[in-house]
Design a protein around this ligand. Structure first.
Ligand SMILES: Nc1ncnc2c1ncn2[C@@H]1O[C@H](COP(=O)(O)OP(=O)(O)OP(=O)(O)O)[C@@H](O)[C@H]1O
Ligand SMILES: [Mg+2]
Length: 567
């Protein structure tokens, strides 16, 4: 690569100034030698050598390809045809998606370097020696892989083991994979298309949720012993402890993924299990949610105006329906200078706000004698931190009452809650163990209901409805609600359910507070819709999205003019 960069530089110089050909250091000596031996002009030698340097990159590519073919090969599975394949860690591992038409069965096949029986034996031996050698040294710091590689070399030297290059590379790959990365599931943890990974017991295939193919079986399996020790290791890596006396643990892994773990057969009868929710590096914005048709442009404009104007919201839905993702996306609409506190069990919400306190609960095991800090403790502390917006990752325990108290005392809160509908949510909130008084539920403004559902056979996430909490009916004492937007599964489209914008309680309140006339409210709605539409069409990055939204908050007209948006 360095040679090639030099060559490119040389060409540039040559083109511009037609000056002397510069060669990389090593070729420089060779050039002198050739000049003397062949008695030809330095220019000619130099030009020949520089062409050779140019070709080196292509040669390198070819070698890399050859190496990868040598390291791992895949010959197919009878009955299955290959749908696609892609590298995850070139040249060490790739994934093949296979499909069996008769069984309508997809398979996610991980291909890693193949080991001969002798190589397997060597790997086990070297691994155990490296393990003992590491008892006295900790692998820390930025270049962990380099340190481990040096350790492997040391062990090989000490024991006089000589390996050919190919075997050496395979052994280093597996030791790094198992010591520093995620072992057998490392490829799954590095494939950007994998959302969830779940292992339901030993000797059964690990399943994944693939961005394109949905739930799909993999060719990875754990033996009973392997699985137990893997689950214990995952817990440790998340800084927690799992044991037969405490066999269920939730952890956040170092890459931000979340794992739910169970150990042994007491609680899960097929043996230890793990479920990993992969962390998405990339921030999902409202623009993404509109592009994926989870929300309509209009419903997002509505949530934008509500979020910016201190309306409290609850995102409800089933497991993995995308509640936290939607909450995070809508939270990007919070005015950039507002003070925000987030309270979560594991860090999921990501915000650009400079005045943001991200708080995370602490388990007894992590804290040792210093005791446990749960959502309730954090929420009480948060109220003393005088935040304008409080985001509670998921409400499920004694923090519920405090959260609704915070709402009734003028804080804006965003939160997620496990329930399939607004009625179910209100019911669960009101009854034990949460027991939130009905008069406090009235302080909640908006409920957004989300679900995983099917459209044309594809699994998608949709915002089923957005509902406003109105008031308690004085005669029946029931909580009155009204639906603002609703999704129609037949047409996969969203409808605005009210006669006018000002029929919405939230928008009416906001308009009154801001002294907007009905026309002004409608204009505000149109402008924001045009702005969001512009961002959906041009496909902005999360950073651009954040900057455009906050520039609109500060200077609406100027922002629209700058982007040449008509409304
Ligand atoms: N609108 C969407 N369209 C497609 N994928 C989505 C969408 N929203 C979220 N996802 C993906 O679905 C997965 C679950 O999302 P998320 O964690 O937000 O769900 P959740 O309802 O909060 O889950 P939980 O019940 O575990 O709290 C993630 O991998 C996320 O990237
Ligand atoms: Mg969630």
């Amino acid at each position: 690569m360095a040679l090639n960069e030099e060559a490119v530089k040389h060409h540039e110089r040559n083109d511009i100034e037609a000056q002397e050909i510069l060669l990389p250091e090593k070729l420089e000596d060779l050039s002198l030698e050739l000049e003397q031996k062949l008695n030809i002009s330095s220019k000619e030698v130099r030009s020949e050598l520089s062409k050779a340097a140019d070709n080196l990159d292509a040669v390198l590519e070819r070698l890399k390809h050859k190496l990868s073919e040598e390291l791992c090969s895949f010959k197919g599975i009878p009955g299955y045809k290959e749908v696609e394949r892609y590298w995850v860690n070139e040249p060490y591992s790739f994934v093949v998606i296979l499909y069996n038409e008769d069984k309508n069965d997809y398979l996610y096949y991980v291909v890693e370097p193949e080991l001969s029986p002798l190589e397997k034996f060597l790997l086990a031996e070297i691994k155990s020696k490296v393990k003992s050698a590491l008892l006295f040294t900790k692998i820390e710091g930025a270049d962990k892989e380099e340190i481990l590689k040096n350790k492997i070399d040391e062990v090989l030297r000490d024991y006089g083991i000589e390996l050919d290059n190919r075997t050496y590379r395979k052994i280093v790959y597996y030791i790094i994979r198992d010591f520093l990365r995620f072992g057998k599931i490392d490829v799954l943890m590095n494939d950007p298309y994998v959302e969830d990974i779940s292992c339901d017991g030993w000797d059964t295939p690990v399943f994944i949720y693939h961005w394109e193919y949905g739930n799909i079986r993999t060719n990875i399996k754990f033996s009973r012993r392997e699985l137990d020790s893997f689950v214990i290791k995952l817990a440790q890596r998340g800084g927690k402890h799992i044991s037969t006396s405490d066999p269920m643990v939730d952890v956040a892994l170092e890459d931000g993924s979340r794992a739910q773990l169970t150990l042994g057969m007491d609680v899960t009868t097929r043996g230890s299990t793990f479920t990993i929710r992969r962390f998405r590096e990339i921030l999902i914005t409202p623009v993404d949610l509109i592009r994926w048709k989870t929300f309509s442009l209009e419903s997002m404009v509505y949530l934008w105006i509500c979020a910016e104007n201190n309306k409290s919201m609850l995102f409800v839905g089933g497991t993995a329906s995308g509640k936290t993702t939607s909450l995070n996306a809508v939270a990007l609409f919070i005015p950039i200078n507002a003070k925000v506190v987030t309270i979560e069990d594991t860090r999921e919400v990501k915000l650009p706000h400079p005045n943001w306190i991200p708080a995370v609960t602490r388990d007894v095991f992590m804290a040792q004698e210093r005791g446990k800090i749960d959502m309730y403790d954090l929420l009480k502390a948060a109220l003393r931190q005088r935040p304008e917006y409080i985001i509670v990752g998921e409400v499920r325990g004694r923090e519920a009452q405090t959260l609704f108290q915070a709402m009734s005392t003028g804080h804006t809160t965003f939160s997620t809650f496990h329930a399939d509908s607004v009625d179910a949510a209100i019911h669960r909130l009101e009854y034990p163990p949460l027991s939130v008084p009905r008069s406090m539920i009235e302080a909640l403004d908006v409920v957004s209901v989300q679900a995983q559902t099917f459209v044309g056979g594809r699994r998608v996430r949709r915002n089923l409805e957005i509902v406003e909490i109105l008031e308690i009916d004085p005669t029946t004492r029931n909580i009155k609600t009204q639906t603002v937007f609703s999704w129609d599964p037949l047409t996969d489209s969203f409808s605005f359910m009210l006669p006018s914008l000002s029929a919405s309680k939230c928008l009416r309140d906001i308009a009154r507070f801001r002294a907007w006339t009905e026309e002004r409210l409608e204009e505000e709605f149109r402008r924001r819709k045009a702005l969001l539409e512009y961002m959906v069409k041009t496909g902005v990055s999360p950073e651009e999205f954040i900057s455009i939204v906050h520039s609109y908050h500060a200077k609406p007209e100027k922002t629209l003019r700058r982007l040449k948006i008509e409304w």
